[in-house]
Design a binder for this molecule. Structure first.
Ligand SMILES: *Cc1c(COP(=O)(O)O)cnc(C)c1O
Length: 470
């Protein structure tokens, strides 16, 4: 299995180089040259496996022998051994035609752990094998930061710097990131939004001299390893639902920001999983909803919402989908991305829009609707939705057809977003791990959202690790 860039100007590389490259050096995103096709018999076989066994099978297609089997198995065991549920991502039935896939049983109570526990161990494996120095740089809208730090802290040869938008993440998210006292961890609270952080990081990674000098590695969802780890739970959820219900296909409703998680579902579908509709759930930051309904991809006004991890205007994984929409043409993808850069928007033609609407449905959830959905489900089922999951459930209600069955991805535990839960007049009990955070001191630097300032901070933080290189 080789990987290529959506823009076509990177020589084919293997899995480990793909992980290390993160963003493709030509500015595109890395994708597998060919997507493996799973037969019905194979799916039958996979349906009997535990989460870890399934993860091993799915991931193996893409690693393609670059990590010896026993070591890959060990890596997967380690990654999911930290989860509080033996099923890793259990499926809970809420209604006859709707299940919730709980993705929040990892160390930081959000779905990012599923991918970042794996990526953290993968980086550690690579550092050990190759003696590579790994300096991780990432931007977060809240959950990726804590999850990435949890994925790599204490691992030899790895340092990490995370940018988060100062004052725009929830209290628990901030505490999870900043209460880690470890000299390998640097938290920069930037005076700006997540989009500012993401743009700065993209530009720093595009400066190849700086990137190479400081051995910078990415953990953002542009990293294909993250998508891959997330693909596994679409299969898992499908098999769990199919055990108790006669289904020919299954819809998934996915709270979406960067288009990473939903792209993982798209990949599962392309591999042969009988996925029906992929429902894109957004909040008021609804660039993706507008794209799917109207065929125009254009950032709108930024809104701070009850679901802050989805407060994103430019969805960095979107280009991966665009590439497939354009028939895997890297020249057409490059042209559209150039157009996006110069004109600030992308418009697809009618035929392409029809394809988009065959692949996805979409619903942008307004604040009231998000809170009302939390309140309604709590009353009806005693199940407490976090505000992101609530967007997913509201989108299921808007988009799921008659006689269709849907799995809504639950991307976070409600305790992470009590600011929103309180507004529904619901009092929740925090898990012990979260309660304990409130007594700990915080470590962070508040900085201006400029490339120069961030580079200065990175040089300071990563320089000491360079003494070890060579
Ligand atoms: C990151 C995140 C999302 C959005 O996921 P994408 O992969 O960026 O689409 C949704 N919900 C929660 C809780 C998140 O942390």
């Amino acid at each position: 299995m080789k990987y290529i860039s959506t823009r076509g100007n990177v020589n084919k590389i293997g899995f480990i180089d793909t992980v290390l490259m993160g963003l493709a050096t030509d500015g595109g995103l890395l994708v597998p040259e060919q997507i493996p096709q799973l037969s019905e018999e194979k799916l039958q076989e996979l349906s009997k496996l535990s989460y870890q066994e399934l993860a091993f099978e799915i991931i193996s297609y893409y690693v393609d022998g670059e990590i010896p089997e026993n070591e890959l198995k060990e890596l997967i065991q380690q990654s999911y051994g930290t989860f509080r549920s033996s099923e890793v991502t259990p499926v809970v039935k809420l209604k006859d035609d709707m299940y919730v896939l709980e993705l929040f049983h990892g160390p930081t109570f959000a779905f990012k752990d599923v991918a970042l526990q794996f990526l953290g161990n993968l980086y550690s494996y690579i550092a050990k094998k190759t003696g590579e120095t790994i300096n991780i740089l990432g931007a977060t809208s809240g959950d990726t930061g804590a999850s990435a730090i949890e994925g790599v802290r204490g691992k030899e040869g790895i340092r990490i710097c995370i940018l988060h938008p100062h004052g725009r993440v929830s209290k628990v998210q901030e505490l999870q990131m900043t209460t880690v006292h470890d000299e390998s961890v640097l938290n920069l609270a930037i005076e700006g939004t997540f989009d500012d952080g993401q743009r700065i990081i993209k530009e720093i990674f595009a400066d190849l001299e700086f990137k190479n000098k400081y051995h910078l590695r990415a953990i953002n969802s542009i990293n294909f390893a993250r998508i891959l780890a997330q693909t596994v739970y679409y299969f898992y959820a499908y098999f769990q639902v199919a055990k108790e219900k006669d289904i020919n296909s299954l819809n998934f409703s996915v709270p979406t920001g960067n288009f990473g998680d939903i792209f993982a579902g798209y990949l599962a579908k392309k591999m042969g999983l009988p996925v029906g509709k992929l429902i894109v759930a957004t909040n008021e930051n609804n660039i993706l909803e507008r794209f799917i309904k109207e065929g125009v991809y254009q950032p709108g006004e930024f809104h701070s919402t009850y679901s802050p991890s989805m407060d994103i205007q430019v969805a960095s994984n979107f280009e991966r989908y665009l590439y497939y929409l354009l028939g895997e043409s890297s020249s057409a993808t490059s042209a559209l991305m150039d157009q996006f850069k110069s004109e600030g928007k992308i418009t697809v033609n009618e035929e392409q829009l029809r394809q988009v609407q065959a692949d996805f449905a979409a619903h942008g959830v307004q604040g009231e609707e998000c809170l009302n959905t939390i309140g309604k489900y709590y009353e009806d089922t005693k199940y407490l939705l976090d505000p992101h999951t609530s967007c997913g459930v509201a989108a299921y209600e808007a988009c799921n057809g008659q006689d269709e069955v849907c799995v809504t991805l639950s991307t976070a535990h409600p305790a992470k977003f009590n600011e929103s839960i309180e507004k529904c007049d619901i009092e929740q009990n925090y898990p012990e791990e979260i309660k304990a955070l409130f007594d700990k001191p915080q470590y962070l630097e508040v900085v201006e959202a400029s490339n120069e300032e961030i580079c200065r901070q990175l040089e300071k933080h990563f320089r000491s690790s360079l003494a070890d290189v060579k």
